[in-house]
Design a protein around this ligand. Structure first.
Ligand SMILES: Nc1ncnc2c1ncn2[C@@H]1O[C@H](COP(=O)(O)OP(=O)(O)O)[C@@H](O)[C@H]1O
Ligand SMILES: [Mg+2]
Length: 251
């Protein structure tokens, strides 16, 4: 199982939309067995896949419950993607892990995923904007990181923190690799070119060459179903297909 994280410490940069698109494309176009883990208490991707549960087992239980059976946490979505959903219990779980210094705090998700590693080809993790124990646990199991960038004056802010966070995780997980950034909500303008150059020059960041174009279809899809089912031929859907292919060619 290869673990791919859409990580970034900002909201509204398309982490969830990208996680869902990658999960669907890897499943539908490449026949991969895909598990999506949601560690954002807002649970956007859990909800979009119809797997949200306000009171059931979630990723929070994988962090705190010692005897949880992982198969009972996994939900089977109608899209063929399996989901470990999130809910507001993550707030409690994050606190509980911080306070429980008697047990290893960073390796809990890793231990819980052990029994199902061979059941999936890809595990995609959808992140929150906060930095917390769920995020650390998720980065510890991550192979590849992709960072979505919505270009504006503030796009640079926080990127150093993202890079440092990944570097710091290497003590627990030497395999983790920042595969690169990609532009989301792309509109043809100098803003994107100049912004990408600034990020490459100042931080040495690599950009994948496929930008994801901005389209109203993405916003519409959030009310209905995941993008690749709602509008499989829209510009952003086409771009995501290209981006997945580009990502796979990097491996
Ligand atoms: N390519 C796109 N075109 C237009 N809107 C987009 C695009 N990608 C994402 N969005 C919109 O941006 C918002 C944030 O996306 P989301 O995936 O929820 O971000 P995050 O998970 O990083 O907070 C959503 O309202 C979504 O509809
Ligand atoms: Mg999100």
């Amino acid at each position: 199982m290869k673990v791919l994280s859409f990580f970034g410490i900002k909201g509204g940069i398309a982490k969830s939309v990208s996680s869902l698109a990658f999960a669907q494309i890897l499943h539908d176009d490449y026949s991969k067995r895909v598990l999506l883990i949601d560690i954002d208490k807002q649970a956007s991707s859990s909800k979009t896949l119809g797997c949200y549960t306000p009171n059931g087992l979630t990723s929070a239980d994988l962090l705190t419950a010692k005897d949880v059976i992982i198969e009972k946490v996994i939900r089977h979505s109608e899209y063929g993607i399996d989901v470990i959903p999130a809910n507001f219990e993550l707030i409690r779980a994050n606190k509980e892990v911080l306070l429980d210094t008697l047990h290893p705090q960073q390796l809990r998700l890793k231990r819980q995923l052990e029994p199902i590693r061979d059941k999936y080809d890809y595990c995609i993790i959808d992140y929150p904007i906060d930095d917390n124990m769920a995020v650390i646990n998720a980065l510890v199991v991550t192979d590849d990181v992709l960072v979505p960038i919505k270009m504006d004056r503030y796009a640079l802010d926080g990127m150093e923190y993202v890079i440092d966070t990944i570097e710091n995780i290497k003590g627990f997980n030497p395999n983790i690799q920042l595969k690169g950034c990609f532009a989301t909500m792309y509109v043809r303008s100098n803003l994107y070119k100049e912004g990408m150059n600034a990020l490459s020059d100042s931080l040495g960041l690599k950009f994948l060459k496929t930008p994801i174009r901005q389209t109203v279809k993405v916003g519409e899809s959030t009310f209905e179903k995941p993008l690749m089912s709602y509008a499989p031929n829209c510009s952003a859907a086409e771009d995501y297909k290209k981006l997945v292919s580009e990502y796979l060619s990097l491996e």
